[in-house]
Ligand binder design. Sequence first.
Ligand SMILES: [Zn+2]
Length: 150
Amino acid sequence: MTHIIDMTGRQFGRLTVIERAGRRPNGNATWRCQCTCGNTCVVDGHRLRVGETTSCGCLQREQSRRNLLANPATRKRMGDYHLLAKKWHPTTTELRSSNQSGITGVSFDKRRQKWIAHLYYKGRYVLNESFEDKADAIAARQAAERKYLA
Ligand SMILES: [Zn+2]
């Protein structure tokens, strides 16, 4: 029988061990932990000791969100959505109209089956991106307009 190290009360990152939870089929002891975020979770003791698990999962969620926000393109697009929600409310008719967007700087690429948003500014394309969704292309173009033409 594998020796069980009592880990009750010990802290691993955001997790504090509350009690022994059970045993995995492979023999590893599992522990119920209290996370600083308020969740409880059951974690493999080995994973706690080697520092593999330091939260109920909230840490990873925060980190992936941070990574997402650290990416300038994503951040820009998310910013656009915020502005979009405030300033621009497309109607269904606008979005349905035809193949062409009717909006300057946004056109449909039939070959690639994508919406292209572009903005030519001071001799170069400051925006030239393709989107699955027309609304996204329009948002990108409008964001670029605000950035360069405002
Ligand atoms: Zn948590």
